[in-house]
Ligand binder design. Structure first.
Ligand code: ADP
Ligand code: TYD
Length: 205
């Protein structure tokens, strides 16, 4: 089973991915908990070129072009799918990924790239069984990650996050595997909502 957790920065993805992995482990499953960008050479390149390119890089996404940025995320993902996700699923393991190609659609679309081009570019990425979209207002996510962002650029980041949130909600109408979870609740309540969705998915097998 392949489960993806998506949402804007600070939505609670890594918190919930970890709890879900523990839930599966308690039930005796072998779990691979992973994320994008990955920790491989491609992921490191993305962090260097796209995510930590100084103030400018963080706000506008890149000193490199948005197209090159999308291609880097896709290259990282191609390696992720080929070397970890596919073999793990074939071995019968549960794979939980903190972000996947829906992040590329939501974020790179918010940067102004064409959605259909992004979907085509990511066509190699096997479709997950379930995508949990942790949805919450940007104001709340900003409070949660306050320490992580550059305060003076706060508003610009918030504006981008708002577009990303709207994009995720639009994507949920197009991709039936995306299930929206209200991420404004407590960690425990959100976990229970996610477990209910997972149990429903398991009952269909
Ligand atoms: N439901 C929640 N309510 C309040 N704070 C939360 C909740 N879930 C996570 N947090 C906190 O918010 C911050 C961001 O959570 P995190 O799981 O790292 O988000 P993400 O992986 O989506 O960026 C962390 O400090 C975390 O402890
Ligand atoms: C996977 C992915 C992430 N991103 C963005 C979303 C986040 O703002 C950022 C980094 O992701 P994040 O989950 O914050 O990773 P980390 O904290 O480990 O560096 O990259 C994209 O723009 N496109 C993508 O395809």
């Amino acid at each position: 089973m392949f489960i993806v957790i998506e949402g804007i920065d600070g939505a609670g993805k890594s918190t919930q991915a970890k709890l879900l992995a523990e839930w599966f482990e308690k039930k005796g499953h072998e779990v691979v908990l992973t994320k994008e960008p990955t920790d491989t050479a491609f992921g490191k390149l993305i962090r260097k070129l796209v995510l930590t390119g100084g103030k400018e890089g963080i706000i506008d996404g890149a000193r490199i072009s948005h197209e090159a940025e999308a291609l880097l995320f896709a290259a990282d993902r191609a390696e992720h799918v080929a070397k970890l996700i596919k073999p793990s699923l074939e071995a019968g393991k549960i794979v939980i990924s903190d972000r996947y190609f829906y992040s590329s659609l939501a974020y790179q679309w918010a940067r102004g790239l064409d959605l259909e081009w992004l979907i085509d570019l990511n066509r190699f990425a096997i479709r997950p069984d379930l995508v949990i979209l942790l949805d919450l207002p940007v104001k709340e996510s900003m409070k949660r990650i306050n320490g992580r962002s550059i305060k003076t650029e706060f508003d610009k980041i918030a504006e981008l996050q708002k577009r990303v949130r709207e994009n995720y909600l639009k994507l949920a109408e197009r991709f039936p595997e995306i299930k929206i979870v209200n991420a404004l609740a407590s960690v425990e309540d959100i976990h229970n909502d996610i477990v209910a969705l997972v149990e429903h998915e398991l009952s269909l097998r």
